[in-house]
Design a protein. Structure first.
Length: 187
C-alpha cells in the first residue's frame, strides 16, 4: 500500500503505523475471525453477501464436476440449476451466538435449498428439499406467524436430528450432490 502513496511523509507515517500495529497486535485479539480466509465476506453489504454465497456454491459445484447453470427464465425463482435440479442458495456467516441463520426462505419455484455456512476456519453445508426446509423454518419478520419470509437457525456443533440426512460437512454435502449426478446418468 505504501507504494501507492506518492506523498513521502504520508508513506513514512504509514510505515511507522504498520510497525506499531505489529507491536500492539490485532485490533481485537478476541475476534475469532482474525486471520480467517472468510473474514472479508463479513465486511460486504448483505445483498452482496448473498451473491458471494451463490458464487461460492456454483464454483465449488463446478470444481467437483457437477453441471451448474443459471435458470433460463428471466424472473427465475431459483438461484442455480445443479444437475437439473432447481436450487435456492442461502448463505450465512457464523453469528456471535455460534449459529447460522439462513434467511429469506420463500415458497418459490425451486426444488432444494443449499444452506452454506462459513465459520472463521470451517464451513458447513446442507442440501434440503424445499418443502422440508419451509416446514422446519420459522417466521423471520413477524415471529412464528410469518409465512412469506422464513429462516432456519442451525447450531453447526449441534444440528437438529432431522437435518442429519441432508449433509453437515462439505464432504457429506458433496456426496449428496454427486448422487444427483449419478442419478442423472442412470447409475
Amino acid at each position: 500500500m505504501e507504494n501507492q502513496i506518492s506523498d513521502e511523509e504520508l508513506r513514512r507515517l504509514v510505515i511507522i503505523a504498520k510497525k506499531l500495529e505489529d507491536e500492539y497486535g490485532p485490533k481485537n485479539s478476541n475476534d475469532p475471525w482474525v486471520g480467517s480466509p472468510f473474514a472479508w465476506i463479513r465486511t460486504r453489504p448483505s445483498r452482496q453477501v448473498g451473491k458471494i454465497g451463490e458464487e461460492l456454491v456454483a464454483c465449488w459445484c463446478k470444481q467437483i464436476g457437477l453441471e451448474v447453470r443459471k435458470p433460463k427464465e428471466k424472473k427465475a425463482e431459483a438461484d442455480l440449476v445443479i444437475e437439473g435440479r432447481r436450487v435456492e442458495v442461502k448463505f450465512s456467516t457464523l453469528w456471535e451466538a455460534n449459529v447460522y441463520k439462513f434467511q429469506q426462505l420463500r415458497d418459490q419455484e425451486y426444488d432444494y435449498v443449499i444452506c452454506l455456512g462459513v465459520s472463521p476456519f470451517d464451513a458447513h453445508c446442507w442440501i434440503i428439499p424445499k418443502n422440508k426446509a419451509l416446514r422446519k423454518a420459522t417466521g423471520q419478520h413477524t415471529g412464528s406467524q410469518a409465512q412469506d419470509t422464513r429462516w432456519l437457525t442451525i447450531d453447526p456443533k449441534s444440528p437438529p436430528k432431522w437435518l442429519k440426512t441432508y449433509g453437515g460437512t462439505l464432504i457429506e454435502a458433496k456426496k449428496i450432490l454427486q448422487n444427483w449426478r449419478a442419478h442423472a446418468a442412470g447409475e
